[in-house]
Design a protein around this ligand. Structure first.
Ligand SMILES: [Zn+2]
Length: 342
């Protein structure tokens, strides 16, 4: 039964203290030049070992090769000015100083392909690679060139498609797009957001995923969550169209969130990465808690389509706690796997 309920994580994992300030989101690098290149590779191998030790089935680079899940990608593109930044409101929630689109955007070189090849060389496990989604990218920029969110998203979708095709050729099994913006801009998601995502995956033969969460456990997000009321029904607005889309897997926040589990029924037929680990606190879930979340999800997801996962990335947590949470996730998945096997 080992191939049922393959365990994975949604995104980032903590970085070693010698590479970047620990327990800090988007922490700047401590190394430079060649030392940074080597340091990132060493950290990737450590993260891989941690995941394997914890029993993770679908492994990743733990996002050791990027500082920020969106801007590290954008840094590799032309047409974007990182010097003269502007302050914008991100996901209607918090202000951030962001780069400015000043010209037509283009990908002049690959972004993560070497890192993906490096990971592929070091494991035979299936690997998942995360890219930012087009809508979340435009929401992390000031656009002084296209002056149309839709047009810019479409340009990014084409660029992401180039990168995704090279990642697939490098041996990536699942390409995941991080789209927390899908939880905020419902009309745009339905008008063109999902279409842009489908443009990003056009022609791919590997599997594809979209991660839609309520964000990292940072204050702006936890404050926002407090305003969402007793039931979080945001997913309801976008699931029907996602169910119809070509995306294979949907990654969701389920544990300790107020998302009514039955909303997942709207995705029936899709593979679902069920977030059974809360990334916004330091309490390590018990395997039984994880199993409970998975059992509830099994009412709405067929067993062969359920992927036990974390709610979001764990970069802001300590390495010890993140490892503990991953191990609990695997142990909880094993409990449910045993039950299904009986
Ligand atoms: Zn997330």
């Amino acid at each position: 039964m080992k191939n049922l309920l393959p365990v994975c994580s949604a995104g980032s994992l903590p970085k070693p203290a010698w590479l970047a300030q620990p327990e800090t989101l988007w922490s700047p690098w401590k190394l430079e030049g060649e030392a940074l290149v080597e340091g990132k590779q060493d950290a990737l191998l450590l993260s891989l070992q941690d995941q394997l030790r914890a029993g993770v089935d679908i492994v990743s680079d733990g996002e050791q090769s990027r500082q920020h899940f969106v801007t590290t990608f954008i840094e590799h593109l032309s047409g974007v000015d990182f010097e003269n930044r502007k302050t914008v409101r991100i996901r209607n929630r918090y202000d951030a100083s962001v780069p400015v689109v000043v010209d037509a955007v283009a990908r002049t070189k690959s972004v993560f392909v070497d890192d993906a090849r490096f990971l592929r060389k070091h494991t035979n496990q299936p690997i998942k690679w995360a890219l930012p989604g087009p809508m979340t990218m435009i929401d992390t920029l000031y656009d002084a060139h296209y002056q149309s969110r839709e047009k810019l998203a479409w340009e990014f979708a084409g660029i992401l498609n180039q990168e995704a095709k090279e990642l697939e050729a490098a041996g990536v099994d699942i390409i995941q797009f991080d789209e927390p913006a899908f939880n905020v801009f419902f009309d745009e998601v339905n008008d063109w957001g999902i279409a842009a995502l489908e443009r990003a995956i056009e022609g791919l033969k590997c599997e594809t995923a979209v991660h839609i969460c309520y964000g990292y456990g940072i204050k702006a997000n936890t404050d926002w969550k407090k305003t969402l009321g007793a039931e979080w029904r945001q997913y309801e607005a976008v699931f029907p169209k996602l169910q119809q889309s070509n995306i294979d897997l949907i990654s969701l926040e389920c544990h300790n969130s107020r998302v009514p589990m039955e909303l997942i029924e709207l995705l029936r037929g899709k593979k679902v990465m069920v977030g059974a680990i809360d990334v916004a606190n330091n309490a390590i879930e018990t395997p039984e808690e994880v199993a409970n979340t998975l059992r509830k999800a099994l009412q709405f997801v067929d067993a062969d389509k359920l992927y036990p996962c974390t709610n979001c990335g764990m970069a802001p947590l300590s390495r010890q706690i993140a490892s503990g949470k991953l191990a609990a996730l695997s142990a909880g998945a094993q409990i449910v796997r045993d039950e299904l096997g009986r």
